[in-house]
Design a protein. Sequence first.
Length: 255
Amino acid sequence: MSADIAALAAKLDDAARFAKATPQIAGEPISVGDAYAVQKTSIQKRLARGERIVGMKMGFTSRAKMIQMNVSDLICGRLTDAMMAEDGGAISFKKFVHPRVEPEVAFLLRKPLIGKVTPLQALDAVEAIAPALEIIDSRYENFKFSLTDVIADNSSSSAFVIGPWRKPDIDIANLGMVMSINGRPQAFGSTAAILGHPLRSLVSAARLAAEFDVDMSAGNIVMAGGATAASALSAHIYVSLEVEALGRCGFSVED
Ligand code: OOG
Ligand code: MG
């Protein structure tokens, strides 16, 4: 019996909209294809409410993230304009269930990138790169999920902050990253933690996008995935990320 895609999508969309946790998907695991169908259907509800797609995010591209969440397959999710938070601005804690933050880098596409591509072709499609913070928020109780649960839940994507864009004319293979909370260093990493090189995340993004019908148009953003484990957010904190050669970004959390 195939999963009830529409019902699961509605349940996860409501959980995200009303910041109320929902149980994991019950019964036999659904297929990966069905999980992406749930993701797509739940995002269509956002689009019907006026949001628009601005890009996609990769997940589980580092060992630290795989170990933290006990999932070791690469996954992706869709990003909408409503998830974009201003660099240096404030986000409201109330909008989330149990948010976490992780240090990433983002790519801006200058042309579509879809299917089987080489790292060189991926680089050629990049207009700019930036330091970025992703706020993830599983809609499942206790932040616990299986591979297909998390895919159905749009790979926990909930908000993101992008720092200053710069031309991709530097080597991004191994740039130091420090994520701080209230000015105190909280997580240290390197862009090398992202699949050995963040461009590999972009190559995988193009492949997953072709497989699961995810938008990779010119002008889209691609988040490469967390380089370190994620840290819990709470109200009244300031989070910042410094990436060697790329600069910094940050946001504060309000009630
Ligand atoms: C799933 C999303 C993973 C990343 O960067 O690895 C992710 C989760 O950890 O809740 O965004
Ligand atoms: Mg992430």
